[in-house]
Write a protein that binds this ligand. Structure first.
Ligand SMILES: Nc1ncnc2c1ncn2[C@@H]1O[C@H](COP(=O)(O)OP(=O)(O)O)[C@@H](O)[C@H]1O
Ligand SMILES: [Mg+2]
Length: 333
């Protein structure tokens, strides 16, 4: 079981309030991602759930039981950090065994759990090595192994892949998702990377300045962002946002249109502009278009083969059915 409920939880450091009253339910077995810009309170929220910080007010329940005053070890959760926090002088086996040794798990049970975690994480051949003899990805797997053997009711990950290079990050991302499918245990995963959030989550919690801006599945957030902040944060390249006349024509203070929902043509279209930069990715091209009268730059995602260059005149036509309308306050209209 791993159902976690936050009820009007707040956190202040001295005079500074970091988490205003916040309600959130995480269902058993869910993969939940907390995403938001640096400093928005993601780690603080995770640490409150783990019990590494005390709440200032409010209640945290784990599987229906009040855990607000429980010490971290009593909560039955396991946390994995960005810095792997392994013991350098201990073998992989001893590192993984450590929390079980602390908890007094019998030796034969320890061995069974280590073998099973090592098999799940492709670490079987590395159990006698020390952390210094492993790659970054392998070290992160050891840290995850150490969490698995505790058989927690939920895993808490705080930006676990930020120290890895881009290719390794994608690989580890898939491994963590596979692990979640296999264990079916609740996972809460913190990241500032919206691509990680979109690809991994069952449910995304978008945070800004300690506030929950929106909770939803990746596609809910993509299709119906509740406000301009979520609209701009989810999706890559970012949604274009325009005010002025084009917005007024659509009965809104501002309109948003994603780069993939604007067609580009060298002959005709609704809007006209001049290509600033064309980023050729092979599969797609991202055009950054100036002099449209809409915004300083309009970003458009087009076919990888469209033969356009810096300085070319280009015509843009939005798919009207994909427009997002926002009020003065930036709320979805
Ligand atoms: N121990 C602390 N004492 C004072 N302020 C803190 C402490 N920990 C975090 N903060 C502040 O709380 C805010 C949220 O921090 P954090 O949760 O680490 O953000 P994130 O993980 O989203 O980058 C930041 O403004 C940070 O400076
Ligand atoms: Mg953080």
């Amino acid at each position: 079981m791993g159902r976690i409920t936050l009820d009007k939880v707040t956190k202040s450091f001295g005079e500074v309030n970091v988490i205003p009253p916040l309600d959130l339910t995480i269902n058993d077995g869910e993969f939940v991602v907390f995403v938001g810009p640096s400093g928005c309170g993601k780690s603080t929220l995770l640490r409150l759930i783990a019990g590494l910080e005390d709440v200032t007010s409010g209640q945290i329940r784990i599987d229906g039981k009040d855990a607000t005053q429980q010490a971290p070890a009593q909560r039955g959760l396991a946390m994995v950090f960005q810095s792997y926090a392994l013991y350098p002088h201990m073998s992989v086996r001893k590192n993984i065994a450590f929390p079980m040794k602390m908890a007094g798990v019998p030796e034969d049970e320890q061995k069974r759990r280590i073998d099973s975690a090592a098999a799940a994480l492709n670490l079987t051949d590395y159990l006698d090595r020390r952390p210094g003899q492993l790659s970054g990805g392998q070290r992160q797997r050891v840290a995850i192994g150490r969490a698995i053997v505790r058989e927690p009711s939920a895993f808490l990950f705080d930006e676990p892949l930020s120290n890895l290079d881009a290719a390794l990050r994608v690989g580890m991302r898939l491994e963590i998702m596979e692990l979640h499918k296999r264990l079916a245990t609740t996972m809460i995963y913190v990241t500032h990377d919206q691509v990680e959030a979109m690809t991994m989550a069952d449910k995304i919690v978008v945070l800004r300045a300690g506030n929950i801006e929106q909770v939803g599945s990746p596609l809910e957030l993509y299709h119906t962002p509740r406000n301009e902040f979520v609209a701009g944060f989810i999706g890559s390249p970012k949604m274009n946002i325009f005010g002025g006349n084009p917005a007024q024509q659509h009965g809104a203070t501002k309109i948003g249109i994603r780069p993939e929902h604007i067609a580009a043509s060298t002959e005709t279209g609704t809007w006209s502009g001049v290509v600033g930069v064309a980023e050729h990715l092979g599969s797609d091209t991202f055009l950054h278009v100036h002099e449209t009268g809409l915004a300083e730059t309009v970003t458009v995602r087009v076919d990888g083969e469209l033969p356009v260059r810096h300085g070319d005149r280009i015509f843009l036509s939005p798919d009207e059915s994909k427009l997002h309308r926002f009020s003065e306050q930036g709320l979805r209209a």
